[in-house]
Design a protein around this ligand. Structure first.
Ligand code: HEM
Length: 183
């Protein structure tokens, strides 16, 4: 009888424990804050005007990058840094432009929180050091960086990026200042 009682107690304890493990688990209410990439459209797939499908966030970033490169190309305050690129494009060779568009897009996708892309370009220091990147025509000063940001804001405005998102992109860009400015 004593044995039976002990056995029943053991079974009861087992049932209570298992039920608790499976159903008394504290409900998980952790919410993950949306990244800037999410706010830019995130991973929702849309038709890429160039063909195929593309994440909305990446399409938005690429659109801003393109627009900004055109603003910079026409800005005599900083376009001399991009002489190699602009000379190539002027001669009908757009390979450098396509490469820069891709690295910049990858960089901003990763920097804003995208999960499905990686940045494989040079480090920010190497990319902006003429000794390590012959395509960088001179060292940038703080004023050049400011001008770059001004052009980025113009580029983003031209494609209709809302002001709050422009501000958030601006804050991401600002984190690179000490690496880009080398003068
Ligand atoms: C504001 C933040 C900036 C970011 C996030 C940025 C990012 C980049 C990236 C990702 C590359 C490509 C690196 C590679 O090819 O591996 C690049 C290249 C370059 N950047 Fe920047 N950059 C910034 C500011 C500037 C500024 C202020 C200048 C000059 C005033 C500048 C001039 C250049 C030039 C000339 C290149 C080479 C372009 C080419 O391939 O012909 N960048 N930058």
């Amino acid at each position: 009888m004593k044995k039976l009682l002990l056995l029943s107690l053991a079974v009861a304890a087992f049932v209570v424990t298992t039920t608790c493990v499976t159903s008394c688990k504290k409900s998980e209410t952790t919410t993950v804050a949306p990244t800037l990439y999410d706010s830019l459209g995130g991973t929702t797939m849309v038709a890429d005007p160039r063909g195929g499908m593309i994440e909305t966030g990446r399409l938005g970033i690429r659109t801003v990058v393109d627009s900004t490169i055109f603003v910079i190309a026409g800005d005599s305050k900083i376009n001399e840094f991009f002489t190699t690129l602009l000379t190539e494009v002027g001669a009908g060779n757009t390979s450098g432009f396509s490469a820069l568009e891709k690295t910049l897009t990858d960089f901003f996708c990763v920097a804003t929180g995208a999960k499905n892309f990686t940045y494989g370009g040079k480090s920010m220091v190497a990319a902006h050091d003429p000794a390590q990147n012959s395509r960088m025509n001179g060292k940038a000063a703080n004023a050049d960086f400011d001008q770059f940001v001004t052009d980025l804001v113009k580029g983003a405005q031209q494609v209709g990026l809302p002001i709050d998102l422009i501000g958030r992109v601006g804050r991401v860009v600002e984190t690179t200042r000490t690496q880009v400015v080398q003068k």
